[in-house]
Design a protein around this ligand. Structure first.
Ligand code: FAD
Ligand code: NAP
Ligand code: SF4
Length: 675
């Protein structure tokens, strides 16, 4: 008897039966652009072996003008078809099924050739699109249909037609971006025409025994977005036009509401998909922030959808479904929705991977093989660097002892997890704990290790992390000055008015921690929807609440300071920085750059501005919190070196600048893969 009867139930699509209700949603990983087809194939085959019901590839451009960026991959010729055959053959050999997403970006295409319904530039692209004429629209439809027939030739089991997230098809649907007066604009019947014609002609071209998923924007989260009556009408027309499945799209890319970040509650939008249930006869998939089998099962059991889409969780763990089916859900590496190694990489032009699983998209290069010469290995520090090194070494058959002076594993992750909106870090630390237990690692907590303790080991790995940087501000020894560790570990009370010194990741997190009180909105969907102004698309166009965002009053009055003159928070995550900045602005946090810290006294902090130290000002506060960066904790490494022992030094102990858990885990894993 399984714990996940709904999740693991087969789904009959007529010509094919999927073994379970799990779709691996489309992700642009950048792998296709490497043209290393063995590598791409192995990425998908690993997920097929892991038991996922159906996978969707990253978006493939139907033509040059519709590519998300110049040079975006697509099936343009026979060679492309042959290359993609490598993927589909490998997936089928592994017992899996795979559909290719066709993504026409319309005005989101990052290039001067982009096209759309009307020549209205998007707020997230510098390129105004060309307005298509009748022939131009016919060409786009034909190119999409050709792309689908080529996908079939390449061995795909189906296609997903991307009709949401504000891309090309979505741009025709709403008056916000479609100002046309011909048969493709004006009435909703006309605006739907493009979507319907694409699905109808695709079905006619590919035949009946081919899956067509249509990704439909169910809540646009932009002004002038669709109403839910329009969503239902479109879904019904799409079914009639020949789609096999409807998948849920949430929010346009230009929407200023977070939809997949870690601070978004789990399954935050399943209620939207549920509104469509019973309105169409084909299966409906829900999506966004579903990251455990329990959440997925609950969503399905509540009747919110017929199937769930999870994308990033399959970067974190290729074997998600298999482990759930085997009753080992606690061993699934959790996607914490951080975007740090996946979407942030994509938007920085790098290949995606995963903070939790550095092997994602590196399956052919980062291999973890059994060792031929087992060694005794000491790992000092059970933060993410030490944990990853210990786990990988133990997996390979080494005898590992993992020390930490703290009474719990996790290192700084134990501070990250108390930040409202970062609750997912609890799951990450729990998963590390499960793995350490399963792998038979000798865990020695509460052990402040010195060089004397390490003489007997074959290899020593130092992962002792960091110490807070001392900013050396006159007066910082006063009782009104705390550092972030004191605050986040609850060691000292914090006053009503607070100045935070340092606006890096930790400064922002500390500010977030201090402005909140009571329940975290991430754990209370109603509160979170109020905070961001998410209404019901059945009542308000696009699902934007008429009253706008209604955050709770801030618990404290915060001023966030940095010396650099750039905008505070500019260096935060590419795809999540805006959320942190918006969240703090909603709580009236004052952010100041370009300041000098002159001194701290009982009244607060005295600052001046710029190199000339102008505008001396006192910011009156009760508490000053130091978040001025970190330095490597190398004392143990240095002591060993002084004795002629050369340890491996990883994580913050190695380099503290720009350190994050992604680098710590990657470095720990890669080191241990070679020992
Ligand atoms: P640490 O996590 O610092 O672990 C070092 C460990 O070594 C500690 O447990 C310590 O007790 C132990 N130790 C030290 N000396 C000894 C000794 N002599 N004997 C025994 N044990 C010893 N990163 C992200 O990627 N994303 C985030 O969202 C994020 N948010 C954060 C939020 C906060 C509030 C904080 C503080 C950090 C956050 N980070 C985040 C940063 C991330 O936690 C660190 O980059 C990461 O933990 C560094 O890993 P590490 O293993 O090198 O060191
Ligand atoms: P950080 O991002 O490097 O920020 C340090 C801050 O301290 C900066 O604002 C810096 O700004 C200031 N500073 C540096 N030297 C100073 C000095 N001598 N006096 C006063 N201020 C000084 O480091 P962090 O905030 O400590 O975070 C540590 C690491 O954890 C980061 O690398 C980060 O990636 C990671 N982290 C990530 C997240 C995430 O969400 N991804 C969240 C938290 C932490 P000025 O020099 O301009 O004053
Ligand atoms: Fe999930 Fe973060 Fe990994 Fe992306 S990098 S898959 S968001 S854990």
């Amino acid at each position: 008897m399984t714990n996940y009867p709904h999740l693991l139930a087969p789904l009959d699509l007529g010509h094919v039966t999927l073994p379970n209700r799990v779709l691996m949603g489309s992700m642009h990983t950048g792998l296709e652009e490497t043209k290393d087809w063995n590598r791409v194939a192995e990425f998908y085959a690993a997920r097929a072996r892991g038991g996922v019901g159906l996978m969707v590839t990253g978006g493939m451009a139907p033509n040059r003008e519709g590519g998300v960026f110049p040079g975006a991959a697509g099936l343009f010729n026979d060679q492309d078809i042959a290359n993609h055959r490598v993927i589909t053959d490998r997936v089928h050999d592994a017992g899996g099924r795979i559909a290719m997403q066709i993504l026409h970006a319309g005005r989101y295409a990052y290039g001067p050739e982009c096209v759309s319904a009307s020549p209205i530039k998007s707020p997230i692209s510098p390129f105004p699109p060309k307005e298509l004429d009748e022939d131009g629209i016919e060409k786009q439809i034909a190119d999409i249909v050709t792309s689908a027939t080529r996908a079939r030739e390449a061995g795909y089991d189906g296609v997903e037609i991307m009709g949401s997230e504000g891309y090309f098809i979505n741009q025709f649907l709403v008056t916000h971006t479609n100002k046309r007066e011909d048969r493709w604009g004006g009435s909703y019947e006309n605006r739907m025409r493009l979507a319907i014609e694409i699905v109808r002609r695709t079905r006619a071209a590919v035949g009946d025994d081919f899956i067509i998923i249509y990704r439909l924007s169910m809540i646009d989260l932009v002004p002038g977005g669709s109403t839910f009556d329009e969503v239902i009408q479109l879904a019904q027309e799409i079914e009639t036009a020949g789609a096999s499945i409807i998948n849920t799209g949430i929010g346009w890319h230009e929407a200023r509401i977070p939809t997949i970040a870690t601070s978004v509650p789990r399954a935050a939008f399943a209620w939207v998909t549920k509104k469509l249930m019973g309105k169409v006869g084909i299966p409906v998939i829900t999506s966004n922030r579903i990251n455990t089998p329990e959440v997925a099962e609950d969503v399905l059991a509540s009747g919110a959808a017929d199937m769930v889409s999870m994308a990033r969780p399959f970067l974190a763990d290729a074997d998600f479904v298999r482990k759930a089916a085997e009753g080992k859900a606690e061993t699934i590496a959790p996607c914490i929705a951080c975007n740090q190694a996946c979407l942030d990489h994509t938007f920085n032009g790098k290949i995606s991977t995963c903070l939790v699983n550095p092997r994602a998209c590196h399956e052919t290069e980062l291999t973890i093989t059994p060792t031929e010469a087992a060694k005794s290995i000491a790992v000092v520090g059970a933060g993410p660097a030490g944990l990853s090194a210990a786990m990988t070494a133990a997996e390979r058959g080494h005898k590992v002892t993992l020390f930490d002076r703290a009474e719990q594993i996790g290192g700084q992750l134990n501070m990250a997890r108390v930040i409202p909106g970062k609750e997912e870090f609890h799951g990450l630390v729990d998963w590390f704990g499960t793995r350490v237990g399963d792998l038979d690692i000798a865990l020695e907590l509460g052990r402040d290790v010195s060089a004397d303790d390490l003489g007997e080991f074959d290899e020593v790995i130092i992962a002792t992390g960091v110490v807070p940087r001392d900013p050396g501000i006159p007066g910082q020894e006063g009782s009104n000055v705390l550092n972030y560790i004191d605050v986040l570990r609850g060691k000292a009370p914090v006053g009503e008015r607070v100045a935070v010194i340092g606006a890096g990741g930790i400064g922002f997190d500390v500010a977030e921690y201090l402005v909140h009180q009571g329940e975290s909105p991430t754990e209370n969907l109603d509160l979170w929807r109020e905070e961001w102004g998410i209404g019901d698309p059945a009542e308000t166009r696009g699902g934007l609440a008429p009253e706008g965002p209604q955050p709770e009053a801030p618990a404290r009055q915060i001023t966030l300071l940095q010396r650099k003159s750039e905008a505070p928070g500019k260096r935060l995550g590419k795809t999540t920085g805006w959320i942190h900045r918006a969240a703090l602005r909603m709580k009236d946090v004052k952010m100041m750059g370009g300041v000098n810290y002159e001194r701290i006294d009982a009244r607060g902090i005295h600052i001046s501005q710029g190199e000339a130290r102008e505008n001396p000002t006192l910011i009156e506060v009760d508490t000053v919190v130091l978040c001025a960066g970190q330095l490597p904790e190398r004392s143990l490494a240095d002591a060993l070196e002084a004795r002629g022992i050369t340890p491996h030094v990883i994580g913050g102990a190695d380099v503290a600048a720009e350190l994050d858990a992604k680098r710590a885990i990657n470095q720990g894993t890669r080191l241990a893969a070679t020992l």
